[in-house]
Structures are given as structure tokens and as C-alpha cells.
Design a protein around this ligand. Sequence first.
Ligand code: DPP
Ligand code: ZN
Length: 879
Amino acid sequence: APLIHRLDYQQPAYWIRQVDLTFDLDPAKTLVTSKMQVERNRAVPHGPLRLHGEELNLLRVLINGAGVSFRQEGAELVVDNPPDEDFALEIRNTCCPDKNTALSGLYTSGGSFFTQCEAEGFRRITYFLDRPDVMAVYTVTLRADATKYPVLLSNGNLVETGTLDNGRHFAKWHDPFPKPSYLFAVVVGDLVTREQRIRTRAGKDHLLQVYVRRGDLEKTEHAMNSLIASIVWDEARFKLPLDLERFMVVGVSDFNMGAMENKGLNIFNTSALLASPATATDADFSRIESIVAHEYFHNWTGNRVTCRDWFQLSLKEGLTVFRDQEFSMDMAGSLSARAVCRIQDVRGLRAMQFPEDSGAMAHPVRPDSYSEINNFYTATVYEKGAEVVRMYQTLVGRKGFEAGMKLYFERHDGQAVTCDDFAQAIADANPGSALATRLDAFKRWYSQAGTPRITAHGEHDAAARTYTLKLTQHTPATPGQGDKQPQVIPIVTGLLDRHGAALPLDASGATETVLVLDQAEQTFTFENIDSEPVPSLLRGFSAPVVLDDGLSDAALLVLMRHDSDPFNRWEAGQRLALNRILAALRGGQPLQLSNAFIEAMRGVLNHPELDPAFKELALTLPGESYIAEQLDAVDPQAIHAAVMAAQQQLAAALRDDWAAAFEANQIQGGYTPDPVSSGKRALANLALSMLVLDARASGDAVWPGKAYQRFKDASNMTDRLGALAALVNAHAELAAPALERFHALFKDDALVIDKWFALQARAPEADGRVFARVKALTKHADFTLKNPNRARSLLASLCMFNPAAFHRADAAGYVFWAEQVLAIDAINPQLASRVARAMDRWAQLAEPYRSAAREAVARVAAKPDLSPDVREIVERALA
Ligand code: DPP
Ligand code: ZN
């Protein structure tokens, strides 16, 4: 597949303004009739009409009702001499939903029909100008068997229904908003719906519907509540109302992504939609809330204003992730609960995006080239993109950002635009701001890949009573980008005295300020500082960078105990742990936690005021992939051994405190997934896992027994899975009977069985047992590569989230990876290429892993018939 370059963008030679689609639905052969109003684009030179089409059976092409000569060139249908004036184009073709295992285009799942058109799936339904800058008004008629497929859905408003011959029926939908083809959707099948009518602030009535398979209706209440909360929030925070009379959400079990924001007809992976206390964890509840919100927010940021081309993907994704993060924080409520959200988001960024930014797939937030766009739905485009949007808000303030959003919609509603258009709107609404005066430099966040490294060095001048902070920045080279320019980096800063009191930073008495670093090296001086302060930098993680402030353990302890910024309190604790682990790894010494660290952790665990949710985060050690990020030559086994040793010591040293925390965080009464209760459950689960871990080392049987009992008696999935995880992760003897019982209890609930697979594949490796179990589980009757959730639950869990089980000295993990990638690629290239990315960072591995990993990648790359998806990943890895 050829490489496509951002700078080669050209407008299309034709516009399609209206589409009238008719579907005669049949799983083996669906007939699609498409009648389009086409207009020559006079802004570009006259040329042939080229339509995209993949895996289609073409039946006929008519222009203005008459046959026309055409040719098929690769995946394109070419009409060399279309009329000069506007014309009607009619195309008939068939496609085969049952054979569509790639889950892109029109496919069947559980006997119903679904579509997924982003990014380039519409061309697998019919021939079209399948690119986001071609926006059309759609009218869609669906015809299908009335008994098998009682529900017929598409975008927009329902305008007509009726019966047909042979037991068939039809529905006709009209979407008044012009949209790109990637937002088109159809759902046809046997589904049931939860409905709710609402009246918004603006006084408009709307019908909200959540469609799922029979039997799943009681698991949709949380999604409906989340949708209503999202509608209310967007109207309140950004004055963005729901613009459709009807808003539909549908769940499907076979889905490549989390969910999809089709206009008025959002389609969700059931894992991102269905929840009940008995089957979903607190984490599931909060993930569902944020994904329902995310897709709803796309209605403005993505649908009303869309992307000109796919290089601009972060225009909608970075912005919409930022919006869903803000929403989740507002829903969480208290300052501490907001900080918990922020810490979780940053942990995710560091675990997924930082490694991406320093590996073979490193790319800018707005990529410059791709061969397969599906490979660029990445943590960089999404999560780093969201951090870029957050920096706008930090630089212009919350009100300024809201004004910028308002201007963005005033200028661009109904258009397909670029990241530059967004940047310009925010800057123009805030003239003279720290952003507007540095806009060109700020936009390097879109063009430069790699995570900037900041160093900070403070000097206190006792005589002058000044404190001077010298900041430097440097962005490491990434593939294809050797030279980097300085970035614009907002660094939210405070100073503490050595007892932890916040120091005034200027005459106004403010204790926090935003330093804007925009040079390679810069100094900032604070006055009237009597003694050496402890700097608290990058509060709230105000920029997606790596900070080396050189603080001593003593200074970190001051921050951990006293910083008014909860994020930096958490960060200080993580840094203390990381310093210990890295020192052990670099020195090749066994890890020994210091007393000061253990006492600090005890202080957090027993703190009378800190929230349980915060304690749980503070007492969780840094992840193995984040630790790997800090090292030049990564030995996953050594990292795992160090983390396990640290955990074991923390478990033993705080034994009584863990037991007290476990007892103190029991919840009486019914289940609700609110932040306070879920924080208590999280801390109780962490305590339990520490107690079981410690019991294994000491041979004690009490806590494993208690964990098993709790597992059996649990009244909600969070407690049940937490207890099961405590047993499985400690490799306790009771793990096997518990796993068996869990499977028997939930054998009919696919989403819970996914958890059962994932838990086993993510367990801490011990003597190769986890890897052996994963291999055995690929033969389990419930395992299949055809369902993406199931495949990910086992394979991504092992290859991407369990480094010590995957990276083996005997290379068996890599052999397994290669086999699985090739097997999945024959079924579903998008899914295969996700799993393929487990090897992005082979070059950072230490020997013997490095050579063996490279060899496995080369073996996959040597296959001639790889999908373009996997080919791009392995070739970038080898480049
Ligand atoms: N459906 C995916 C998302 O919402 C891609 N747009 O992020
Ligand atoms: Zn999105």
C-alpha cells in the first residue's frame, strides 16, 4: 500500500451533495442502490470521477438515467468523462455482510446487521467519494424480513415505515445534517430498547433510545443516565445543545473499537455500554460513562465540525477526549475526586502514549504520512492530543477557552477543517494571551513527535532573597525527525518552604503561577524568598513532558506530605518508589525499600483525611512499562523482579495497616458506583491483594481463606473480581477453584468471561506459569479470534500488558505472538495490527530479548500476503 502524505492534500474533483440509499438486507448478499447528486468542483482542474470501492460486486452504473462507460482501476471505479453540469449518478452493487469478518463496512453479529464506516468502511458498502471532506445529506431506505429483523435504524429522523411483500418491511430515514460517509450507520436486527424522553434547557423535547439484544435491557440504565448527564453537561459548560429530535445508542458484541459517533446513531462495543452491579466493575461503570459522553460530545466536535482529511484526526479526537475528561472530572465532584481522575488519565498516558512516543511508531499528534489510517487511531492522536487541548486551556484560562470554542463553532459549523483552524480560533478569541503571542511555536505540538524532557535546577540566593529556577527542554529524535525545535510548555508552579507551607510568589500573594517555557533554556526568578524552597513543578501534569527536577528524597517527602496540589502529592510518592526501583536495577542490586519510604507509605495509608481512592493510587507502585521507559536497555524480567520485591516488602511492612484498611473500607448497603464508594472498594481490594500476597510468603492460610469467602459472597463484580484477583495474582492454591467457580457462574455472559481470560493473562508471571496458561487458554472452548473483545482479553493482555510473561529468554512469547498476529490478520486486519504493536519497542530491549524479538518481527514481515495494516506496523518496527 502506498504512503499517503499530508502535504499532498487536494480537494476532490467532485462533490456529492445528496445520497439516496436503499438496502435490501440479506446476510449472504445485500443489495445496495445508491442515487447521488454529483457536482463538479470548479476549484480544481477538470478530471475523471474516481470512486472508492472494496470487496463489492458491481451491478450497474447510470448517469442521468443512462448507461455510461467506466473502468475499474485497482480499488477505484473510474468514469473518465462525466457531464460538465451537475448530474445524477446511480450505482447498484452487492456486498456480503456474513463474510465480513474484518468488521469494517456492513457486517453481521449475533444475527443482526451493523455498520462501522470510520475511517474507510463506507467504501465496503458501496462506491463513493469516501473521504471526510465530502459531505452529503443522506436519505436511507432499509428493507428486510420483518420477523428476523423487526428493528430498522439509520441516521437522523424516521420519515416512513411500512410492510412489503414476502414478509418484508421497510423504514425510511432522513438525516438533515450534511455529513461525511464515515458517520453513516445502519442497524438492522432483533433488538430491544430502553427509552427516555427529555426536555433540555432550551425547551426542546428529545427521544433517547438505547438498543441492545434481548436479555441485556437491565444493563442499559447506567448508559442512559450517562447519556442524559452528557447532554446536560455540554449544554451547561459549552452551550452546545442536542440538535436532533431522536438520539439512538446501540450495543454490538463484535466491534473493533470502543464505540462510534455516527450522527444520531452511536454504535457501541457492548463492553463500553452494558453494566450491572453483578457483572461490571467500578472501572467499567466509569469507562462507560466516559465513552457514552465521548461519543455524544462528538456530535459537535467531530460531526457538526469534522476533519478535512484523516491527518487532522486529533482535531476531533484530542478535543473530544479532553471534553470527556473534563466531564468525568465534573461528574466526580470533589477536588480530591477530580485529582483521582487526573491521576488515572496521566497514568494511562504514561503507560500507553509515552512508550509510543519513544518507539518505532512515534508520530506527531497530526501525522505527516500513513499507509493505513486505521493504524493512527493511537494514544498519541487521542491522549496526547487531549493534553494539547488542555494546554490551550491552561494558557488562555477556562473562560478564554470557552470563548475560543464559541468562535470555532461560529466560524466552522458545517465545515470540514484542520487543526490549524482550531488553533487559530482559540488564539483569535484570546488576543494578547500567552497562546496568541506564541501561536506558531505552540503549533509544534502538532508537528513534532517525541516527549519533551525538561530539567529544572533551582538556586537560592540568601543575600538577594531570590530563588532562580533554570529550566531547559529537549525533545529526543524520533523516526524521520532528527531535529526538534523548542516547544511552548506551560508549567504550573508553586513553591513550598521546608515545612511544607506555600510561599507567596509575588506581591499579590498568589501561591501558584504558570511559567511558560518556550526556549531551549530559560530562567525564572522569584523574589522575597527567605530560605531554600521546595519547588512543586508541573502541577496537575500541566504538559505532557518528562520532568527531571533533581529533587532529593527529603524534598519529595515534603511534597508528598504537604503539596496543595494533589497530583504532585501523588507524583512525589511515585518518584520515591521509582528512584528506589531504578537504583536497584541500575546497580544490579536486590531491591530494598528504605524505612523513610515505608513510613511515608504508612502515613498515607493511615491518613485520617485523605480519600481512599487517592490512597489506593498513592500506594500502587509505578507500572512495569513506565519503569521500562526510564531505562536504555530494558530487561523485563529484572523490572518484574524488582517490582515484585517492592510489593512483597510493602505487603509485609504494612501488614497490620493493610488489615485495618481492609476492615475500615467495607461498605454496608447497596451498590452504587459513585467515587466515594468505588474509592473504598479500590482500597479494600488493594489491601486484600497485599494481605494475600504476604500470606503466601509467610505460609499463612487466613487471608487466602478470607479472600475466597469474599469472592464467593460478594454482592457486586468489583468485590468479586478484586478477591479473585488477589488469589490469582498471588498464585494462591485457592485460585484454581475460584476461577472454576467464576467461570461456571458467568459462563453465559461474554463480557464477564472476557474478564476471566484477561485476569489470567495479566497475572504476575512466576516460573512461566502464566505464559503456559495463556497458551492453554487459546484452546479453551470459549476462546475465539473472531470476537475482538475475546481475542484482546487473552492476547493483548499477555503481549501488551504483561511484559514479564511475554518477554521470555527462550523467545517462546515472540513465536506465539507471530503465530497469533498471522492468524488474526487473515480474519481481521485492524485487530491484528493492534496486537502486532506489542513489538514496537523491540529495539529498546536488552539481550537476549532484543535479537529474538527482531527476528520474530522480521519473520512476520517476510510473509507476502500481510494486510496493509500489519505490514505498516512491522515495517516501521524494522525501519
Ligand atoms: N469511534 C471512535 C471514537 O469515538 C473513532 N471516532 O473515538
Ligand atoms: Zn472519538
